[in-house]
Write a protein that binds this ligand. Structure first.
Ligand SMILES: Cc1cc2nc3c(=O)[nH]c(=O)nc-3n(C[C@H](O)[C@H](O)[C@H](O)COP(=O)(O)O)c2cc1C
Length: 200
């Protein structure tokens, strides 16, 4: 048997080190007396495909928490690199004192099914209705059903295929933002047979 080299490891205390994660702009408000607001969320993920569901984790002290808890609606706006600065800024100031749409210049556009606006500049807008909220400790997990999706036409090719790579996507890892660039394979590439090379 081949000898494996020992890979040195350190033991760290348990923590939220899972990386990379997305950094999205979640919009909320816009109805019931709430003005539209934006909050940056890194703790989000798909949780079910049928029905399509995702989750976001929000600290109860956030202004957006109050809004989402009472309205039961939000939109996950997946940003591109162009919105990187706004993503960071919306994650360090509160909508209690700032109109984040006005200050960032981002465009609030109508959603298809919820009252809160989408961020027009973001290539992907995922409209969600909260199904359950779970108080986990420091964060509330909002489990939500995806009830509508809007995609920027510029990212759909002539064959109707979504080309998200053209959007210049953003990832977040250990406190830093990264531009997603190089594709290293397609789903299933590890088991796909290589096309035979033409004979010379
Ligand atoms: C990259 C990044 C990711 C963040 N992720 C979360 C998150 O997952 N959950 C959360 O409650 N706050 C998160 N925050 C902090 C909130 O976005 C921040 O407190 C924001 O100012 C709250 O806005 P609001 O008071 O208008 O709701 C994040 C901030 C940044 C910069």
């Amino acid at each position: 048997m081949a000898k494996r080299e020992r890979i040195a490891k350190q033991s760290w205390k348990p923590g939220n080190v899972l990386s990379p994660v997305p950094a999205v702009l979640v919009s909320c408000g816009g109805a019931g007396g709430w003005k539209p607001n934006l909050i940056t969320i890194a703790w989000t993920g798909n949780v079910c495909s049928d029905p399509p569901m995702l989750s976001i984790s929000v600290r109860p002290e956030r202004y957006s928490h109050e809004i989402i808890k009472t309205t039961g609606e939000f939109v996950v706006n997946v940003p591109s690199l162009r919105q990187a600065k706004a993503v960071d800024w919306c994650g360090v100031v509160t909508g209690r004192s700032e109109d984040k749409f006005a200050a960032t210049g981002l465009t609030p556009s109508p959603s298809l099914k919820v009252a809160c606006p989408i961020v027009a500049e973001c290539p992907l807008n995922i409209e969600c209705r909260v199904r359950e909220s779970l108080s986990l400790g420091s964060h509330t997990l909002f489990l939500a059903e995806v009830i509508a999706v809007q995609v920027s036409s510029a990212l759909i090719d002539a064959k109707g295929k979504l080309r998200l790579e053209k959007g210049g996507l953003l990832a977040f890892a250990h406190g830093q933002y990264y531009a997603l660039g190089r594709c290293v394979g397609r789903f299933g590439f590890s088991v796909r047979k290589r096309k035979s090379q033409p004979r010379r």
